[in-house]
Every structure is written in C-alpha cells, then in structure tokens.
Design a binder for this molecule. Structure first.
Ligand SMILES: C[S@@+](CC[C@H](N)C(=O)[O-])C[C@H]1O[C@@H](n2cnc3c(N)ncnc32)[C@H](O)[C@@H]1O
Length: 250
C-alpha cells in the first residue's frame, strides 16, 4: 500500500509537468538559472521594472503593504527582496523590515539601509514563529519548490501573523487581456533586450507557466496552516495580491 501524496508533493509534480510543457527548467537547473539571470539583470532591474509597469509596481507594493494589516513596529521579512523597493515601502509604513534574496547581484544593488541576507526561500535562516509578517514581490514563479517555501512561511510566521504576496497576472477581460499579452510577451522582451538582458526578459513571460492555478495556491497555503486566504486582482488583473493569516494550528 502506498501513502497518498501531500498537496505540496502533488503541487511539485504538477509544477514540473507545467515546466516541461513549456520547455522550462525545473529542480536544481532552475535554481541555478534563476540566480544567474537575476545576477545579470540586477544593475538595470529598477529601470526596466518601471518601464514595464509604467510605475504601477510602486502602487501595487503599497497596496500589498496595507493588506498586511500589521501594527507599526511589526517585524516583517521581505523574501526575494531584490533591489529593495518593498523594503523601502514597508519601512515608510512604520514596519521593521529585513530582506532576503537568492541573488547576490540583486542584494548588491539593494538601495536600502535595511538588514539583508543571501538565502533561499526554501531554507530560511530565520527562527520559528519569529516574524509578524512576510511580503514577497513577484517571486513565486521563480521558486523551485513553492510548497517548501510556503512551509517555511508557516514555520517562521507567528500565529496570527500575515503574509502578503504579489505576482504577475493576466486580465480576465477581452481588450485589456489582448493588450497585456502583446505588451508582456512581445514588447517587454524588446525593452529588456535594449536596456538589459534579452534572454532574461524573454524568459520572464514564459515563467508565468510555473504559477499554480488559484485554487491550487489556496489549498497549498491552507494545508501549510494559513487561513483567510484571499486573492485580489489589482489594476484590472495586471497583477494579483494573495494574503493569508497564520493560524495557531499545525
Ligand atoms: C522579479 S524579482 C522581484 C524583486 C522584488 N521582490 C521586487 O518586488 O522588485 C524576483 C526576485 O526573486 C529572487 N529569488 C528567486 N528565487 C529565489 C529563492 N529561491 N529564494 C530567494 N529569492 C529568490 C530573485 O533573485 C529576484 O531578486
């Protein structure tokens, strides 16, 4: 008799299948590729990001910070902090953030004075139940094993603590969806090629294939001990915000 696979094992298998379908790497190969890609694009990351989103990314990080709903002085880990845009907004909101990222290049380009460490989201050098909240901007699709990262969120966030995760999305409705597809799949790789690394910005639209569908994301978080899992579309669905509360269970 065999044990039934856990939701995170099932999610890992489904993610590998999605990756294979789009000829994307998985496992160790993905981790190495993602790290070297962000090392390469780090110096121009902020510039290209602003052009890609017309500056809307700043608004989305502010919405994500408000959605944490944590009191002033709360300790917040910004995972995959990159160059530090989220850290800056968290700090301006009166929270006490610190950042972690896999890419040394992104950390070296970090423009904040906040505490930083190089770490993989799947193995956080953070004590159990020691943070009030976690933010994570546009990195879910970059993690090699999302289920393990969510389990780490569950371990380090205190009961009652909050997570607030931003990711790219695709608008549901007709015209906006078509415009977004052209922009994200055709124009962004050209802008990325002109100002940064073409291969990296060709990979970016493809990497959305790693994202599990919303119901799967919800059950992964619930199984890891989060409740009140909520998904909200931002700016007509150009971006998505996922929030949840750590329960006392598990
Ligand atoms: C698209 S950038 C987002 C950066 C920043 N959060 C923002 O909102 O601008 C994705 C970031 O995820 C980081 N990353 C990818 N895989 C990671 C992992 N396994 N652990 C920690 N950080 C990771 C990359 O190095 C990169 O800085």
């Amino acid at each position: 008799m065999t044990d039934r696979p856990s939701s995170s094992q099932t999610a890992a298998l489904e993610a590998a299948a999605r990756a294979a379908q789009f000829d994307l790497p998985s496992g160790r190969e993905k981790t190495v590729l993602v790290r070297s890609m962000f090392d390469a694009i780090a110096p121009r990351y902020d510039l290209v990001n602003r052009m890609m989103t017309f500056g809307l990314d700043v608004r989305w990080r502010k919405q994500s910070t408000r959605a944490l709903g944590l009191p002033v002085g709360s300790r917040v880990l910004d995972l995959a902090c990159g160059t530090g845009d989220f850290l800056k907004i968290l700090s301006e909101a009166g929270l006490r953030p610190f950042g972690m990222d896999l890419s040394w290049g992104m950390l070296a380009a970090n423009h904040t004075g906040e505490a930083l460490a190089q770490a993989d989201g799947a193995l956080l050098p953070v004590a159990d139940q020691s943070v009030d909240g976690i933010t994570c901007g546009y990195a879910l699709r970059n993690f090699t094993d999302l289920g393990t990262v969510f389990a780490e969120f569950s371990r380090v966030v205190r009961p009652g603590g909050r997570i607030s995760l931003l990711e790219v999305a695709e608008p549901d409705s007709g015209l906006l969806r078509i415009g977004h597809r052209i922009w994200f799949r055709r124009v962004v790789p050209i802008i990325g090629g002109l100002f940064s690394d073409r291969a990296a910005y060709r990979y970016l639209p493809k990497s959305t294939a790693y994202l599990p569908p919303t119901p799967e994301l919800r059950s992964m978080l619930t199984d890891c001990g989060f409740s009140a899992v909520n998904r909200r579309a931002l700016s007509g669905g150009l971006s998505q915000l996922i929030t949840a509360t750590r329960t006392g269970r598990r």
